[in-house]
Design a protein around this ligand. Structure first.
Ligand code: 26V
Length: 797
């Protein structure tokens, strides 16, 4: 930011100026929305200078740029984030207060930008913030979905989806760029013109750019998040309009806009939808055209592209970037195919985020051939080139198999580096999905353990703990999270631990007030706030959590006189609309909550809550108020997890399996400060081969038998006793995620949690040790890893 930071008076004047001249409102009649817009514009003005200077430096020093291609950016709200990064949160509060407005209320008025499903999209958002903080010349490319991830409501405990509508109000952070437009073709045919392939698309849309500046910590640098909106090539059919056929006249426009209409809400099952393929190509083509235009504006020789450009593909969703780049280099620049393929490989990197077979993208050759005929030829040629270079390659390494294009293989083969997102996951990538490709290309697969931005996930979300950290070790930790290690000597200081406990307690009291408001339930701040928030998936095993909760409830009822440790069980998360089992699990949790929360026998010592519509903002509220972080996926299934890092940073120890980044978190916080349970990844693989594993596990645990019996007799659904018979049948006969086999171990770990909790000082020390020891999980560190191992880029700051 500029040398002179604005005072509250300056900002107040800027707010009033925008209220008057941008919004055309008189302060006497301004709504909360108007004040939010005015403040947002006033702050946005202050980002412009670092944004321009970042661009000047990048051009002036001819720096290599990073382009992060992602179908998802789960940004959440921006107002508070920007005010904090500009160092103007308190100044903003003061300026608004002088105008009779409350900053907290204004912040809450902003809708979340929910352009993502979960971890993958949130990671992209953390990366954008870290790259801006470190001064990495970078640009994010995504789609400006008109409707982000659906909103979730519960009707009689069941998930109901309604469309999300974040653009209904103006999005104050973006700059529309009507002059930055590209034509994106689809379908049609390919002709041969004197040995040159020419694609004649039969459909096309226009991609138009919308830029949101992403400002880093202390406002020293800002990068661009460029989101593309689809618009028609021709607005409407004037002849039809004049003939009075208004609906038909508007058809081309409606069709084009469909492409950027809505985010796909399915984060595992293969979409198999032509529209999804069109979205993927729409992003890739507009991004690649934009990258090449920028490159050509400053450089002559396209062969040097990789010296100046790194493109990262966030999962396989943008994997058409390789074929698209090659298409332009060959068909437009006249390069030889081989040379174009080599350039693409030098530029591209691919991040794998999942091993779940159902989430690995595949498209039929028919569909790609139909929607993108020239790309289908190029994919065939890439496969042939790879086969020729590796004559003995195993058949599974082929890009095209059984008339399907495997996007993982395509992304792998077109990239110079492929990375997993945690140490364990990367080893599994090498040993399983890409074992054969790994053998052909040793050294190509590297690890980059995920991270989270400490600005949003500590500074913004947890002001109480942030203040304590700063009081104890000084500032600077925000941009150098390893400094949290300096808390280590304070872990045995009773005064520090008291203050730590007080910060946690204030967050719990605030959460309790919110829950009272939103759900009418009263929470005891002395209880363990035990939280599982993430997408609902069988492998994440929310079912294991709720079954164990039922077990606890049953034992409490049987011995109400005992001295039970009070618990508040909080769940949050959405299920993909078509994922029936996940929706049943949600319904079960809500049904259990209804019974448990109304049961006088347990005297309020157990509560089960499922606040609807979990999103980034809800995470910011819940995580700082949590005591226990549930990270209980079947080992080998969660690629990394990033929520696990947010909880640990905010002083909620993990109860978890040795899965994803849990492994590295436990290594760092220490085994004593982590509640480990469950089978390891190799044990999981072995266990699946035991016929009847679930039955055996159930027969070995009386506790689990009782729980299943309660479910079977309809204890939580008296109006429909058989409601959970399907889920029970799954558990007995198709327990793929080994809920039964890990139950006893999980329940035992929960009892360890109870006894640890009874030692107040011990617990606080454990919580604080988590905070002190997870500096490694800053996304700044992750980005440094990408810069060094994948992008060969240097930061400008
Ligand atoms: C797949 C599909 C298929 C078609 C429809 C839309 C769609 C959207 C997403 C996906 C793949 C989801 C993969 C994913 O989100 N992985 C998560 O990535 C996180 C960041 O690396 C990681 O922490 C989580 O463990 C991992 O599950």
């Amino acid at each position: 930011m500029s040398a002179t930071a604005p005072t509250a008076d300056d900002l107040q004047a800027a707010i009033l100026r925008h209220l008057t001249f941008t919004l055309g409102k008189d302060a006497a009649h301004a709504s909360r929305y108007d004040w939010r817009m005015a403040l947002s514009y006033a702050l946005r003005d202050l980002i412009v200078e670092p944004w321009f200077s970042a661009t000047r430096v990048t051009y002036g020093e001819d720096r290599k740029r990073v382009y992060y291609l992602s179908l998802e950016f789960l940004i959440g709200r921006l107002l508070e984030d920007v005010s904090i990064n500009l160092g103007l949160r308190d100044v903003s509060a003061k300026a608004l207060a002088a105008l009779g407005q409350d900053l907290g209320a204004v912040i809450e008025d902003e809708p979340d930008a929910a352009l993502g499903n979960g971890g993958l999209g949130r990671l992209a958002a953390c990366f954008m913030e870290s790259m801006a903080t470190m001064g990495v010349p970078a640009m994010g490319y995504g789609i400006r979905y008109e409707h982000g991830l659906f909103r979730q409501r519960f009707e009689a405990g069941q998930q109901v989806e309604t469309p999300e509508d974040w653009l209904k109000q103006k999005h104050p952070w973006e700059f529309e760029r009507p002059e930055v437009v590209y034509e994106i073709g689809f379908k049609g045919h390919v002709s041969d013109e004197g040995g040159r392939r020419v694609w004649h698309p039969s459909e096309s849309v226009v991609a138009s750019a919308h830029d949101t500046p992403i400002v880093g910590w202390q406002g020293r640098w800002a990068n661009t998040l460029r989101l593309w909106a689809a618009t028609p090539t021709t607005m409407f059919d004037l002849d039809r309009f004049n003939a009075g056929d208004y609906a038909a006249a508007a058809e081309p426009e409606a069709l084009a806009r469909t492409i950027s209409r809505v985010l796909y809400p399915d984060d595992t099952t293969e979409a198999g939808k032509e529209l999804r393929l069109k979205q993927e190509y729409f992003l890739v083509s507009s991004a690649v055209q934009d990258i090449l235009r920028r490159y050509r504006s400053g450089h002559g020789d396209i062969r040097k592209l990789a010296d100046h450009v790194a493109i990262q593909m966030n999962d396989t969703h943008p994997a058409l970037a390789g074929p698209e780049l090659i298409r332009i280099l060959v068909d437009h620049d006249g390069l030889a195919f081989d040379e174009a393929a080599r350039i693409a490989e030098a530029v591209l990197g691919y991040t794998n985020h999942t091993l779940l077979p159902e989430a690995l993208e595949r498209w039929t050759t028919w569909m790609i051939g139909n929607v993108l005929p020239r790309h289908m030829e190029i994919i065939g040629a890439l496969d042939a080139r790879h086969a020729a270079a590796h004559p003995c390659r195993p058949p599974g390494t082929a890009i095209i198999e059984n008339d399907q294009v495997k996007m993982g293989e395509l992304a792998f083969i077109t990239s110079h580096k492929v990375n997993g997102v945690s140490a364990l996951h990367t080893e599994l990538v090498k040993d399983t999905v890409f074992a054969d490709l790994h053998a052909l290309h040793p050294g190509r697969i590297v690890n980059q353990t995920n991270g989270i931005t400490p600005r949003r996930w500590l500074k913004l979300a947890n002001p109480a703990l942030s203040a304590l950290v700063t009081d104890t070790i000084g500032d600077g930790w925000e941009a150098d999270l390893d400094r949290l290690e300096a808390l280590e000597p304070h872990l045995d200081d009773a005064g520090f631990l008291d203050a730590y406990g007080a910060a946690k307690r204030s967050n719990k009291v605030a959460l309790a007030a919110w829950v009272k408001d939103e759900m009418g339930e009263t929470l005891d701040p002395e209880a363990i706030f035990d939280v599982q928030i993430k997408r609902v998936h069988e492998y994440k095993r929310q079912l294991l959590n709720i079954l164990e909760t039922i077990g606890l409830w049953h034992r409490m009822r049987a011995a109400p006189q005992d001295d039970w440790v009070p618990r508040v069980k909080i769940f949050g998360g959405k299920a993909a609309p078509g994922y029936a089992v996940a929706k049943q699990i949600i319904r079960l949790i809500n049904d259990v909550g209804r019974v448990v929360n109304a049961d006088p026998a347990i005297k309020g010592r157990l509560k089960v809550l499922y606040p609807a519509n979990y999103n980034v903002s809800m995470a910011e509220r819940l995580i700082p108020a949590s005591d226990l972080s549930e990270q209980i996926s079947t080992a080998g299934k969660e690629a990394s997890g990033t929520g696990n890092m947010k909880f640990a940073l905010n002083g909620a120890p993990t109860i978890g399996t040795l899965d994803g980044a849990n492994v590295e978190i436990r290594d760092r916080v220490g085994a004593d400060n982590f509640f480990l349970f469950g089978m390891t990844a190799p044990e999981v693989v072995a266990r699946r081969n035991v016929p009847d594993h679930a039955r055996q596990a159930i027969e070995a645990s009386e506790d689990l038998q009782v729980v299943l019996q309660l479910l079977a007799e309809g204890r939580f659904s008296p109006e429909e006793p058989e409601r959970y018979h399907g889920l029970l049948d799954q558990l007995w006969n198709h327990d793929h995620f080994l809920v039964a086999s890990d139950y006893a171990s999980y329940a035992a770990a929960q009892r360890e949690v109870d006894s640890a909790w009874r030692d107040r000082a011990g617990w606080l020390r454990m919580a604080a040790a988590n905070t002190a020891r997870v500096g490694f999980f800053s996304s700044d560190r992750t980005i440094r890893g990408y810069m060094k191992d994948i992008w060969s880029v240097k930061a400008a700051l």
